[in-house]
Design a protein around this ligand. Structure first.
Ligand code: HEM
Length: 295
């Protein structure tokens, strides 16, 4: 399915409001698919990893019995791990193709890069000052400093969690070149890094992207790929101005997102956020029961 085919299907009843509003493309279809695969497999890994981590918890045991035991949970965990690994490898292939084959300029440095630079440090300081009323709100380009932080947290988290996960899965193979203590360590590393990832994604990432006042209750751009001119100018003023200066703004113009697709995305998005928040609460309860000796 291409960008074009999705936008061509215009239903009969479009809401009249915002009819003349301009839309700009922010994320391509493959980028949105990748995010969808990433968050569904991550939710699956969290929902199956947590009962294993807190296997003494009564709720975890109840859940395990309901789905066919801890063996079944481990099976689903490995299934989701393969999906997530494939998504990660696809992303690495994409970076390689853009950087090496197409020699895309500005991928590792410049206003459109995911790599942090001096402006991000200044934006962070400026933002903190703005929070307490000591300066103007910083203006952002394609990616704000917290979006880069979220990206790299997931990127390196994937490497650490993935490597430790496969070391446990294929322990006899890894035992050929890793000492025994290292194999014990990977279990601790996997479990702790997974907890960190779950807490980070279901709290900071959710607040950063969806729950902050600019986007509340949910930023739809990762589902529709498009945002209105007003949102674009407000959230990424420097990118808007830069594209205008370079004469590249017109090329980013897109059709209004299709009505049914926006509603479908809302259902999927809210469900994902709800599952994440429920898992976050259950994780905190299980963690404090285990470590605080409550219950
Ligand atoms: C490529 C990715 C991954 C692989 C190959 C993998 C593999 C595994 C395996 C084989 C186990 C079972 C350990 C045992 O036999 O007791 C496990 C446990 C676990 N996994 Fe993963 N996993 C991956 C990603 C994740 C992610 C992204 C999360 C969190 C969202 C996660 C959370 C957990 C947790 C919490 C446990 C229980 C650890 C413990 O008992 O302390 N895993 N994983």
């Amino acid at each position: 399915m291409t960008e074009q085919t999705e936008t061509e299907i215009v239903p009969a009843a479009q809401p009249a409001s915002g009819k003349d509003e301009k839309y700009y493309l922010r994320f391509t279809l493959p980028q949105r698919y990748l995010h969808a695969v990433l968050f569904t497999s991550f939710l699956g890994l969290a929902a199956t990893g947590l009962p294993m981590r807190f296997s003494d918890n009564a709720g975890a045991r109840f859940f395990a019995r309901a789905v066919g035991g801890f063996g079944a949970i481990l099976f689903f965990h490995k299934f989701c791990a393969i999906i997530l690994t494939l998504a990660f490898l696809y992303h690495l292939k994409d970076i390689f193709t853009r950087a090496v084959v197409h020699k895309e300029k500005g991928m590792f440095w410049g206003p459109t890069s995911m790599v942090a630079n001096w402006k991000d440090v200044k934006d962070l300081v400026g933002h903190l000052r703005w929070f307490v009323g000591l300066g103007p709100k910083p203006q952002f380009d394609r990616y704000a400093y917290w979006e880069k932080f979220d990206y790299w947290a997931v990127f390196w988290g994937m490497v650490v969690i993935g490597f430790s996960g496969y070391a446990m899965w294929f322990a006899p193979f890894f035992a050929k070149f890793l000492p025994g203590w290292a194999l014990n360590a990977v279990l601790v590393v996997h479990g702790e890094e997974a907890l960190l990832a779950i807490l980070f994604i279901f709290s900071i990432h959710f607040v950063n992207t969806h729950l902050r006042p600019d986007s509340f209750p949910m930023d739809m751009v990762i589902f529709t790929g498009k945002e209105t001119e007003e949102e674009f100018k407000k959230k990424r003023a420097l990118e808007y101005q830069r594209l205008e200066r370079q004469g590249k703004l017109e090329a980013k113009l897109a059709d209004k997102p299709v009505y049914w697709w926006v509603n479908f995305a809302k259902v999927v998005g809210f469900t994902a956020i709800l599952i994440g928040l429920v898992l976050l609460v259950l994780t905190l309860i299980a963690y404090f029961q285990l470590n605080g000796g409550v219950g």
